[in-house]
Write a new protein. Structure first.
Length: 462
């Protein structure tokens, strides 16, 4: 069935930081591509008028990506504005009037999660939810219980098929390309299984701290900020089976199966760290036990992956900013008695470059049959005309394509896996900014052969 196209885009939080940095630049890009043919109605409580919103939008695109006069003029002509309190029925009566004849609007909640309930309730009571879809910005709850509470609120006004949960990470081209590469190249299928893969590791490193967002981060931490959502999506793309069809439901069915096959975390599967100086950040508690680094070990108990450990780590104030996946392959039988143990590997870098590489063993320079590491690399920089993540997911939301959006059962399964961390007695160990996390101990988790550190191929991918 062809998805229903939205005939208006309403976004709550039109004067906020997310709108300024991401949404207006994405909307201008959609206008430039000729893919924004609907009214765009901003809603906020700022005491503004439409001219002020247009000025804010122009400043936004000028600072974040560059002003394209023709595309922005088109966007500006489509902009509308409703000012009012999200708990006031009069605000939603005004929105209903501004929608005019639009019968299938998309309501994008770019607002704090505490406001989701009041806004959804008012959308339902005002009739603005009729025939509409809702687009929800993460986080989708703070744990399994609150995720279920949020889903109950959303399902009180919308059916699941009309609930689009944005994880903008899925809109990144390299993440989107991962599935295409997996299922379009038979060479991957030859080794993409427990028979040949020894371990899988996913690293998301950032070489900066919390950047003034201490209050937010101290209520979140690395697991809830990026592992439970972004990196579980990457894991699902890696571990899923080929879908029966490439439609949104078949694709999301396979992703959910991956999460259902993962047992909940245990204490021995988790290492947590906090960079030195974090507690001095504004908004951070002086005795904070929130992790700025986390490493976890998972088992995917499917027929393809059973027995292969999956390792995920993410952290701030690490040596580099990069996201990378490494699959280490099992060692072949020994033929050359003096050869170094250099297992083959597959490396997929999502950022800063989109890179696909195979690590192989070649003859050493001295011809002593010892061997040395060599990489076969295909790499590309992002192109100037590539879609930004928010451009892709907002365009898909308007078009009704749910492929890149999280379904209710996926969200709840992801929280189930990490929910035990809330009550787990897992210590937070300090690490130096610029290091790769807490100093390793004998009991720490690490892939066989150690972690593969991005941007350090000679030292780390052996």
């Amino acid at each position: 069935m062809t998805p229903r196209q939205s005939d208006a885009l309403v976004f709550f939080g039109a004067t906020g930081d997310l709108a300024y940095k991401k949404i207006f630049p994405a909307l201008q890009a959609l206008a430039k591509r000729g893919e924004l043919a609907v009214p765009v109605i901003g809603v906020a409580k700022a005491g503004w008028n439409l001219d002020q919103l247009r000025a804010r939008a122009e400043d936004s695109v000028s600072r974040h990506g560059g002003l394209d006069r023709d595309a922005f003029d088109q966007l500006s002509s489509q902009l509308r504005y409703v000012d009012g309190d999200y708990k006031d029925p009069a605000t939603f009566a005004a929105l209903r009037r501004e929608l005019g004849g639009a019968a299938h609007p998309a309501h994008y909640l770019a607002i704090p999660p505490a406001l989701f309930g009041p806004v959804v309730e008012q959308l339902a009571q005002s009739g603005c939810a009729n025939g509409a879809r809702v687009v929800v910005e993460k986080p989708f709850g703070q744990d399994l219980a609150t995720a279920r509470d949020l889903n109950r609120i959303l399902l009180g006004a919308f059916v699941e098929q009309d609930i689009f949960r944005i994880d903008h990470y899925l809109g990144k081209r390299p993440v989107h390309n991962m599935l295409f590469a997996r299922f379009s190249n038979p060479i991957f299928e030859a080794f993409w299984n427990r028979t040949l893969v020894e371990s899988v590791q996913i690293t998301m490193a950032e070489n900066f701290g919390v950047q003034g967002r201490g209050g937010f981060y101290d209520a979140t931490g690395a697991v809830r900020d990026v592992i439970q959502n972004h990196l579980f999506q990457v894991l699902s793309n890696l571990a899923m089976e080929p879908p029966a069809r490439m439609d949104s439901e078949c694709l999301r069915d396979e992703k959910v199966k991956v999460l259902k096959s993962i047992p909940a975390l245990k204490a021995e599967d988790v290492v947590r760290g906090q960079f030195r100086g974090y507690r001095a950040e504004p908004g951070v508690a002086a005795d904070s036990q929130v992790e700025t680094y986390a490493a976890i070990r998972l088992q995917v108990n499917s027929s393809r992956w059973q027995g292969v450990p999956f390792y995920i780590r993410a952290g701030k104030s690490l040596p580099v900013t990069a996201t990378e996946i490494v699959l280490r392959l099992r060692q072949p039988p020994t033929v050359f008695p003096n050869a170094l143990p250099l297992p083959n590997y597959f490396r997929f870098q999502i950022m800063p470059r989109q890179t696909v590489a195979f690590g192989v063993t070649a003859m050493d320079d001295a011809d002593q049959m010892i061997g040395q590491r060599a990489e076969v690399v295909a790499s590309r920089q992002p192109g100037a005309d590539e879609r930004a993540a928010y451009e892709r997911v907002l365009g898909d939301a308007i078009a009704g394509d749910a492929t890149l959006f999280a379904r209710m059962d996926y969200v709840e399964e992801a929280w189930r896996i990490v929910d035990s961390l809330r009550t787990m007695n897992s210590p937070v160990r300090e690490y130096e900014p610029g290091s790769w996390g807490p100093a390793p101990r004998v009991e720490d988790i690490a892939p066989p052969g150690g972690w593969a550190d991005p941007a350090m191929p000679e030292a780390a991918h052996d």
